[in-house]
Design a protein around this ligand. Structure first.
Ligand code: AMP
Length: 381
């Protein structure tokens, strides 16, 4: 185990809000941060010591970047494998490139999970239109067709409700490989954000509950009101996934909780996750600091929550009528505002979030939603 001490430099592939919050935590602990992505003036770059703008395929730039840092991590999982391999010639990369390779493709991820006995919804590999006909007749409708690569926030997803939709749905794949999975009638969606250190230490934030709107995470809150058995199961599964992968860093395991109390893994995020943003304000150690500690070989911190908390995402839509009313949202002193420094507010784009902390979970959720509504001066019904 190699300990990377404060004042060392952490390299981050990717430059979005996850990297930004990671960099803020890293700088608090006295580390330097260099970020690498195809863009500049990025959410991560704005708070880093150094921002490299280069394509992930520019392996010379990748190698130069790797030589300038003491360890590499990432905040974006769609970094090509060869990029991670080139960096790994010079410096340790956490989590390992192989884990990234598995989790950046739904088919590889689901095949890995089911081969190791983890619970997932029944699925089929779709390459040809005949696979889709067979899949729909095996799994029934409704079912969900997802492209195998580059999918997040419901992108590349289609719900099939009848066998007659097969041809059109297949055409929309544009020749890309896909996964067909059973539609899960879930009671709720939950996640376990956890971290595993280089020494195998494990820490988790319990069960966080997630509500989506248009397939994009809308509100997360913790602790989720689930039975003790579901809590134990969710944490045990997350721990086993992390151990099976030999994971180092912060990991999120997203689950469907079915009406009969069964947990099915929807997907893994090999990095801090949107559902864990509330840990930034509400916990002794945030998911970002945990990632830092893990990749630097330091002991993990306490995951204790100060209070029940809720997080509401702020999408670009909020800007549609002009500058949001920030002061109105901050009227409650227990609201924390995070903005990611993105200059262009496009609909559906994650621009920031609000976290509310209260004495009860219901109060925290209402406070977060009210504060968000206040941004656009909407009285809540
Ligand atoms: P994903 O991009 O796979 O995380 O999907 C985004 C959201 O779509 C999930 O959080 C669910 O709300 C919904 N979804 C995805 N897959 C399924 C499924 N098999 N059954 C029901 N809902 C799903």
């Amino acid at each position: 185990m190699k300990t990377i001490l404060p004042n060392s430099t952490i390299g981050v592939f990717g430059s979005g809000q996850l990297g930004r919050m990671f960099a803020i935590e890293a700088r608090k602990l006295g580390y330097r941060v260099h970020t690498f992505s195809p863009d500049n003036d990025t959410p991560t770059g704005q708070v880093s010591d150094f921002e490299v703008k280069a394509d992930y395929d520019d392996l010379d730039a990748v190698r130069a970047f790797a030589r300038s840092v003491n360890v590499v991590t990432f905040e974006f999982e769609n970094v090509p494998s060869r990029t991670v391999e080139a960096a790994a010639e010079f410096v340790e990369v956490h989590p390992r490139g192989e884990i990234l390779h598995t989790t950046q493709n739904r088919l590889r991820e689901k095949t890995f999970l089911s081969s190791k006995g983890f619970p997932v919804a029944p699925f089929r590999h779709i390459k040809l239109v005949d696979d889709l006909y067979r899949g729909v007749s095996d799994l029934g409708t409704p079912s969900v067709l997802k492209t195998a690569g580059f999918g997040y926030d419901g992108k590349g997803q289609q719900k099939l409700t009848a066998i007659g939709e097969v041809e059109t749905a297949f055409e929309k794949l544009n020749g890309n490989e896909a996964v067909l999975e059973s539609f899960v009638e879930f009671e709720k969606e939950v996640s376990v954000v956890c971290a595993r250190g280089q020494d195998g230490a494990f820490a988790h934030y319990g069960v966080i509950e997630n509500r989506h709107r248009n397939h994009i995470l809308d509100v997360s809150f913790a602790p989720s009101l689930v039975s003790e058995a579901v809590f134990k199961d969710a944490v045990a599964i997350a721990r086993e996934v992390a151990e099976t992968l030999g994971y180092v860093g912060t990991l999120c395991v997203e689950f469907f909780l079915t009406r009969d109390g069964k947990l099915l893994i929807n997907e893994l995020a090999p990095r801090p996750h949107n559902s864990g943003h509330l840990t930034f304000d509400a916990c002794v150690t945030s998911q970002f600091e945990q990632q830092l500690r893990a990749v630097c070989g330091l002991p993990l911190g306490s995951t204790e929550f100060y209070r029940p908390a809720a997080m509401a995402n702020l999408l670009g839509d909020i800007w549609s009528k002009g500058e949001p009313n920030w002061a109105a949202a901050l009227r409650s002193p227990n609201i924390k505002l995070h903005l990611y420094g993105k200059s262009e507010a496009r609909p559906g784009r994650k621009m920031g979030h609000l976290t509310a902390m209260a004495t009860s979970l219901d109060e925290a959720i209402a406070m977060a939603e009210d504060a968000r509504d206040a941004l656009i001066d909407l009285p809540r019904s």
